[in-house]
Write a protein that binds this ligand. Structure first.
Ligand code: SAJ
Length: 453
């Protein structure tokens, strides 16, 4: 029986009366859908709730929209009656637990934007039932669960009856740790940190997550769980900034930074390898530390490391352009009027996501300097104006084919994203000058025709 027949009679938002979910997951994105499947794999019945009306239809048709989740998994759970989706928040009343996994971006002033979290919480509160658990998974500043969600949920009963957290309902925070495309670590086997407003909240959240994940690590309060997630990603951000600064120093000293880092990485203890690159992309690493910096200011505390790392990482696109200028200059060519082919705009290899990708900034800088730049990225056919991305001017807004003609015509080829699907040997053979910002040519020394970050 296909997914369609299993629920053919349901309208977009109706659910069978018999459908009694253990867990409702609000937000079916790169966190929510894998989480829903992980709970369903564990035998739980799951209701997905999303404001996007296409999601319930895709679910009913047994179709996944997240690369890490096969459609067959969605279809199997729908057919088995373990998964359904809706846009109608009233249905969350049927669930024992409600997990919120919606985006928490920065606004135009690079300040935390919790609008989607607040909207979801306000949509939940009129349907909250006695004894239900609410968990926030979205990355946010320490105090969000207590200061933002708790009041909305305590004061949201339709008849105005005040609710008491830990008594009438439970509330906890558990940071998402989804790494899209990671073949080793997934929602099930990545330890889950949980912190409740009260001990009873923590215990309730632990009992729910133990149905899906292998390991639950309890902390004493949501603030500890909120902060540990920001610390995880700030640690990464600061260390990437450190190697980016090292790359700029090595450029000045004419030392191969990749050789230095690989040598340092031979130390079997007390060292962790990070790599320089064109800058920090994605919706986590460049964003999360600024949630922490913003909250720290409330305590008259300046997070120096975060600010410094931000400056260094934001400088990398400019450093990449300077490196290209030096390479062209060594061939008697100037930036202005040069034909440049950029390979890769996604923020890291083998993914389609280009949010906060430095490649977009580099394209903008090159066009401003009169460079005739185009890009090729098999994962990004077009750079569209979404998630706050300002697309570059044509022709640099759509991916060109990686033809011999394109490679021959380029005065320089920039390696910006090290997609494993690219034939890098062919690129190296055909291009007259390669500037490698990702060390895809790790086995080759720098030369007149191969420049490195
Ligand atoms: N980057 C470097 N040098 C490095 C590592 C990364 O320049 O040594 C750049 C990447 O090119 C990319 C950006 O940093 O532009 C972010 O890369 P990332 O590998 O951190 O990947 P993300 O953004 O997908 O981060 C996610 C995060 N997961 C969660 O927040 C749950 C992060 O905590 C993980 O550590 C990371 O995946 C991971 O390890 O893959």
């Amino acid at each position: 029986m296909t997914a369609t027949t299993a629920s053919q009679s349901m309208s977009d938002d109706a659910l069978p009366e018999t459908f009694r979910p253990d867990v409702a997951i609000v937000g079916l994105g790169y966190v929510g859908l894998p989480l829903a499947m992980t709970f369903a794999d564990g035998g739980a019945t799951v209701l997905g709730v999303d404001v996007d009306p296409s999601k319930p239809v895709l679910v009913r048709n047994g179709t996944s929209w997240i690369k890490d989740v096969p459609s067959s998994v969605v279809a199997d759970h729908v057919d088995a009656g373990r998964f359904a989706a809706t846009t109608d928040f009233a249905h969350i009343a049927r669930a024992d637990a409600i997990i919120i996994a919606v985006p928490t971006p920065l606004n135009r002033n690079r300040e935390p934007d919790l609008a989607l979290v607040e909207t979801a919480t306000r949509a939940i509160t009129p349907h909250l039932q006695p004894g239900q658990l609410v968990v926030l998974e979205s990355t946010t500043w320490p105090g969000t669960t207590r200061e933002i969600l708790q009041p909305i949920l305590e004061q949201g009963a339709p008849d105005g009856t005040p609710r008491v957290v830990g008594v009438d309902f439970h509330l906890a925070y558990s940071p998402e740790r989804v790494d899209p495309g990671n073949a080793t670590w997934n929602t099930k086997n990545t330890p889950k940190v949980v912190g409740g407003i009260t001990a009873a909240c923590t215990a309730k959240a632990t009992a729910v997550y133990e149905r899906a994940v292998d390991t639950v690590h309890e902390v004493s309060a949501p603030e500890a769980a909120e902060l540990e997630k920001l610390f995880e990603n700030t640690f990464r951000n600061v260390n990437i900034a450190l190697v980016n600064e090292l790359a700029m120093l090595c450029d000045r000293m004419d030392i191969d930074v990749w050789e230095v880092i690989n040598a340092a990485a031979t130390k079997p203890f007390g060292f962790m390898k990070f790599l320089p690159g064109p800058g920090l992309g994605g919706h986590c690493i460049p964003i999360d530390p600024f949630y922490l910096a913003w909250k720290a200011r409330e305590f008259d505390f300046s997070t120096e490391f975060i600010e410094l790392a931000g400056k260094i990482n934001q400088n990398m696109p400019y450093h990449c352009v300077r490196k290209l200028r030096k390479a062209l200059d060594a061939h008697g060519k100037s930036l202005r009027g040069a034909r440049v082919l950029m390979i890769g705009v996604a923020y890291k290899k083998d993914i389609i996501d280009y949010r906060e990708s430095s490649a977009i900034k580099i394209l903008e800088l090159l066009q401003k300097r009169g460079v005739d730049v185009v890009y090729h990225d098999p994962f990004v056919p077009e750079i569209q104006g979404e998630h706050g991305v300002e697309p570059p001017a044509a022709p640099a807004n759509v991916s060109v084919e990686l033809t011999d003609a394109e490679l021959d015509a380029a005065d320089a080829v920039m390696v910006i994203t090290d997609h494993t699907t690219i034939d890098w040997v062919r690129v190296r053979e055909r291009a007259s000058l390669v500037v490698d910002y990702r060390n895809v040519y790790s086995g080759e020394q720098r030369s007149e025709t191969l420049w490195k970050l």
